[in-house]
Design a protein around this ligand. Structure first.
Ligand SMILES: Cc1cc2nc3c(=O)[nH]c(=O)nc-3n(C[C@H](O)[C@H](O)[C@H](O)COP(=O)(O)OP(=O)(O)OC[C@H]3O[C@@H](n4cnc5c(N)ncnc54)[C@H](O)[C@@H]3O)c2cc1C
Length: 397
């Protein structure tokens, strides 16, 4: 019987474990943390968006990867398969109004509990507080544990060590130095699905935590409808994340990026202009905005902030600005706070079964591979899909 070591008990590693068990291997899972799936549990705090129900062709286009391999993996184990898999764990899927798919109840903990129980029942062992530090001279996998150094011999290993954000949940990116030492040339980590820095005035900073609801954000011809949040140092959340890759590229090239905000995406510019023009001439500027087009609170504050308190009084020019307010972003939020990171193991370093070409018998899965995707369930889908491929291949190697 093949001995497969799975290192990293996040969604990618646990799915690799399941696939390796199905492939007939003996499976032992190791994780540095005191318990499994800590980032998955965190993801579940705001509703575990596990996949998306949109059209398959649209779904596949969400991924940024250099060749077609990731798309093929996500096609083989994508939204329908994930829903079926969840149902197999006794958890029905809930499809939100935006098409996002969640486990019913929204949380990750029931799903993780049942998943770990099923893996255990199928024979997988889980060793927590086992930090993988590399290989010894015999090729054994070396772990630091509470009782000292442990070496494990396995026929194949799946590395599913995560990206490099939210270190306190386990994925600290420290594995990059171990692989680099073994000749794997890695792509640098970068914050993805991250917030951005805006040099707010104190006045705007007073709106820290305020949600800006029902706007449309645009950059590079891509527009996203939704909400975002004002933070002490900039903006964060929902509608910002899908644009993060494009915005980051602009910041890398020019030191800044311009995000265009449509504050009233459901109303045409001409309608806004007409309503503003018809407002009572004695109304204050704020009252005119509020009464004519219901622009108030944090949205009005943003308009004041961007125009430095000198928004045009002319109705047509003001309407244009309300529909396309240019907000200057001066940097990406620190990598530690990002929902996910891009970079890591390049696809050129992997064969079609996700085995490291430089390290036969060592497979990779999940966020540690260099692909990128927005939030919306795409991250977890790719982690699960790559976990399946790596786990099955490890069992068959
Ligand atoms: C707040 C938040 C919300 C999110 N929400 C969503 C969402 O709704 N939908 C979505 O699709 N994605 C979401 N994500 C992203 C998603 O959680 C991650 O992309 C996913 O967990 C990555 O899975 P993974 O298995 O590759 O890595 P991880 O989940 O990071 O797991 C890696 C594991 O490897 C272990 N490890 C690392 N190094 C070592 C070592 N040297 N030795 C032993 N073990 C090690 C870690 O302890 C960890 O358990 C969210 C992320 C965050 C932070």
């Amino acid at each position: 019987m093949k001995q497969v070591a799975i290192i990293g008990a996040g969604p990618a590693g646990l799915m690799a474990a399941e696939a390796a068990l199905e492939g007939g291997a003996r499976v032992v899972i190791y994780d540095a943390m005191p318990s499994a799936g800590r980032k998955l549990l965190m993801a579940g705090k705001s509703g575990l968006n596990i996949t998306h129900s949109e059209d398959e062709a649209v779904f596949r286009k969400r991924y940024d990867a250099p060749d077609a391999r990731l798309a093929a993996m996500v096609e083989a184990f994508g939204p329908p398969e994930i829903v079926k898999w969840m149902v197999g764990l006794g958890i029905e899927a809930h499809v939100g109004s935006s098409g996002r798919v969640f486990p019913v109840g929204m949380k990750a903990s029931p799903l993780l509990r049942r998943w770990l129980a099923r893996l255990g029942a199928a024979g997988a062992e889980l060793h927590t507080r086992h930090r993988w530090t590399g290989w010894d001279e015999t090729g054994g996998l070396v772990f630091e544990t509470l009782t000292g150094r442990v070496t494990v011999q396995a026929d194949a290993a799946v590395l599913a060590l995560g990206g490099a954000s939210w270190k306190r949940l386990g994925s600290d990116g420290a594995w990059a130095a171990i692989l680099a030492k073994r000749g794997v040339v890695l792509e640098p980590f970068a914050a993805s699905n991250c917030g951005f820095a805006v040099p707010w005035t104190d006045k705007m900073r007073a709106d820290e935590g305020a949600p800006v609801k029902g706007v449309a954000l645009s950059a590079h011809g891509q527009t996203v409808r939704g909400d975002f949040v004002i933070t002490r140092t900039g903006i964060e959340s929902g509608a910002v994340y899908p644009l993060a890759a494009a915005l980051r590229r602009d910041i890398a090239a020019d030191g800044r990026a311009i995000l265009i905000i449509d504050l009233l995406p459901d109303t045409d510019e001409s309608v806004i202009a007409a309503r503003l023009a018809a407002a009572h001439p004695k109304d204050s500027f704020s009252n005119r905005l509020r009464k004519a087009v219901r622009l108030e609170g944090v949205k009005a504050a943003l308009l004041h902030e961007v125009t430095k308190g000198a928004a045009p009084r002319d109705a047509a020019r003001l309407a244009r600005l309300i529909k396309s307010l240019p907000l200057t972003l001066t940097g990406a939020a620190p990598i530690e706070t990002a929902i996910s990171t891009s970079g890591g193991v390049p696809w050129t370093a992997l064969d079609d079964a996700l085995m490291l070409k430089a390290l036969p018998g060592v497979y990779c899965a999940g966020e540690m591979i260099a692909w990128d995707a927005p939030t919306g369930g795409y991250l977890l889908t790719a982690c699960l899909a790559t976990g399946r491929v790596a786990g099955r291949a490890a069992a068959e190697s």
